[in-house]
Every structure is written in C-alpha cells, then in structure tokens.
Ligand binder design. Sequence first.
Ligand code: FAD
Length: 399
Amino acid sequence: MRITCVGGGPAGLYFSVLAKLADPSHEVTVLERNPAGVTWGWGVVFWDDLLDDLFKHDPVSAERIWESARKWDEYEVRATGKPVSHLAGYGFSLGRHRLLEILGERAAELGVQVSWSDELGDLAALPPADLVVACDGARSRIRESAAEHFGAEVEVASNKYIWLGTPHVFDTFTFGFEKTPAGWIWYHAYPFSGDKSTFIVECQPQTWSALGFDTLDAQQGTARLEEIFADHLGGQPLIDHRAEVGGTGWLNFRRVTAQRWDHGNVVLMGDAAHTTHFAIGSGTKLAMQDAMALASAISSGDPLPVALERYEHRRKAAMAPLQKAARASSAWFERLPEYADLPGKQFSYALSNRRGEYPAWRYLLHMTTQSRVPRTMLRWTLSARRSSRARRRPPLITA
Ligand SMILES: Cc1cc2nc3c(=O)[nH]c(=O)nc-3n(C[C@H](O)[C@H](O)[C@H](O)COP(=O)(O)OP(=O)(O)OC[C@H]3O[C@@H](n4cnc5c(N)ncnc54)[C@H](O)[C@@H]3O)c2cc1C
C-alpha cells in the first residue's frame, strides 16, 4: 500500500511507525512543513493509560518515551490569599520536541520517508497514493478543502491563553492563580525536563484587555506576565517563541469536531479530526491512539472504506467521555471568578472536580460529613450548578 501522511506531528509520525510495523512492504511517506527539529509548543502531559498502549504497539519507541519522560507526583494549587494546597494524582510529561524527535527517528529506522520542510499546498499536488492521512493539525488544510463533506465545526472558547516555557523547574504539576485589579489570571505549569517547564497562562477576555495584552507585543507581554507571576517563577523568565518572529502567542482555544472523518481515500486523524481542550491535557494521547486504531483498521484485511469506517466509529466512541470531561473542565475555567473567592480547601476541591466526575450528591455528602463546611457552601454549590445549567453555550462557527 502507498500511504502519504500530511503532517509530521505525533499523529502522523506515530501512524507511519505503526503502518510500517504492521507491513514493512507499505510505502509510507510523511510530509512535514517544518524543518526537522522545529515545532510549536512546549511539554505535554500524559498518564499510564497512554504508556500502556505505547508499550503494546511499539515497545521500542515506548521505551525511549518512557526514558525521556519526567514523572510528577501531585497537583499543587497556589492562589492569592489562600494557603498552598496539594491534591492527589501523578502523571508524566515530555517535551514536544523530544517526542517528535523520538518518533521521527523511529520512523526513519523502519524505512518511512520523512520529508521535512515540505508543505502541501494543494491536495491535487500529492503523488498518487492508496491512502492519504490528513494529520495536519487543528487548522487542517485538507479538512478545510472539503469542509462540507467532513462537516467540520469550530467552537471558539472565550478565554485567552498563551503557551509559554520557562527555565524554572516546577516541583510538580502546579496551578497558580493571581488576583489582579483587572481580575483573576492563572497558569497550568509542569516540569517536562531537567531544565524546563511548560507554563500555560489563561484568563477571561476582559481581564486580558484590562491588563493591556491586546496592545503589548510579545516581549512586553511576557515581561508583564513575569511581573504578575514573579512569586511563582523563582526569578526565572518566561519564554514566548513568537517574540523572535514578531506577533504574540495569545489565542482562543478552537474546539474542532468533524462529523465525518473519511472522504474517498483521504482520512482525518488527530487534531485534524477533533481537538481536546488543554485543561485535561489529552490531545496528544488521543492523536496517538487514533494512529493505533487506524493502523490496526487498515491491517485487518477489510476493504479500505470498511476499515476507515470502523476506525472512525471506534475512535469516536472511545474518546466521547474524554471530550465531555474536556468541555466541563474548560467551562469551569471560563467561570473561574465564580469559584475564586472560595476558601482555599473548597476552591481546590472544586478545581479537582472540574470535570464533574463526582456526582453532586457524593460531593455534597462528602462536604457535609467529612469536613466542617458551612451550610452557605452547600447553598453556593447548588446555585452555581443551577446558574451553569442556565448559561448559554458559546457561539458555533462553521469552518
Ligand atoms: C496549550 C496547549 C497545551 C497542550 N498540552 C497538552 C498536553 O499536556 N497533553 C496532551 O496530550 N496534549 C496537549 N495538547 C494537545 C496537543 O498538542 C495536540 O492535540 C497534538 O499536538 C495533536 O497532534 P497532531 O499530530 O494531530 O497535530 P499537530 O501536533 O498539530 O501536528 C500537525 C503537523 O502537521 C504539520 N502541517 C500542517 N499543515 C501542513 C501542510 N499543509 N503540509 C505539511 N505539514 C503540515 C504541522 O507543521 C504539524 O507539525 C496541548 C495543546 C495546546 C494548545
């Protein structure tokens, strides 16, 4: 089979590895617009479930990922005016650069042709292939070239965020919330190597404008963030890659959903098919699990259309609970000011239950029996749930 993957992110590179492992006679090419070793973003987090899957599918790359990953042991919550609290949980993190380096090397070892600095402008320009995998990210040009067929919808989240790095090595996964005269602004940070951490800053749009980020350039913007988060950064700077090329990295998260994932011999994979808000840190995992499912579907011996349909159904079903959790989690951060003035313990509790995993009755029972929570807290919880239900959904924009 001749397979062309457009996009050399985690989805495209990992799929190319698995396709070659499934059948070394497949001719697999990956086109990536960036030069080798160049990518966006910083470290990403993941958990045991991904590691288990990686070891099952390709122990060689799994071992390298495992060796390069950093483990963190709890969640720390720091918020203005509240004592520091610690929530149970652990996970792993790895620089996106390192992940792509491991996958790119593994692909090359298996005979995949990885063509760096090779941007696909037009689908018609592709050499003939039996299967074209569109793994060209959230703004997929291939998806957009047949937007009606794929039925892609993009929902734009209201909060502003920026993905930064810092040489400050956080002890563990840390959420930090600062109260400024313009409103609350917070970060999600975690170490991903011996000398770097990811530092994602988020705030409501009105806070963002009031703090001047709508007019500051990248350098001025990072300087302002360094001032705001000075107590959290141990004297270290924040790094915005965009500062080197002008512009700024502030964005609104775009939640992409595609109704259909295949069109003839073209199939969507990873962020090109669906994006998952970073508030639950799972987009890379889902992209790599798509790759596993697609590689297994095309190795089944079924005709291609059947294999592609099975892949799509399997993945949509598998990811539905996580997508739901991501929506709940990002919505919680959009309503942060409703929770931010709670006392420290209750605030951290609400943060840990932001995915809505614990049913309200269990949460309330725990709050009344296990801790000395005043009745006003119960009233607040019930009214917060009522007002969140009444809240309008964010606008839908059709891509
Ligand atoms: C702030 C933030 C934090 C995140 N943190 C985490 C986390 O902690 N854990 C986690 O699991 N996920 C995280 N994610 C999500 C994760 O980054 C994505 O879900 C993941 O990168 C998707 O992989 P992909 O291969 O589908 O797409 P991408 O990683 O976007 O790769 C697509 C590739 O296609 C290339 N490309 C695009 N167009 C073309 C073209 N026309 N021709 C050739 N090449 C092209 C691009 O250069 C890119 O390399 C985060 C996302 C954000 C925004």
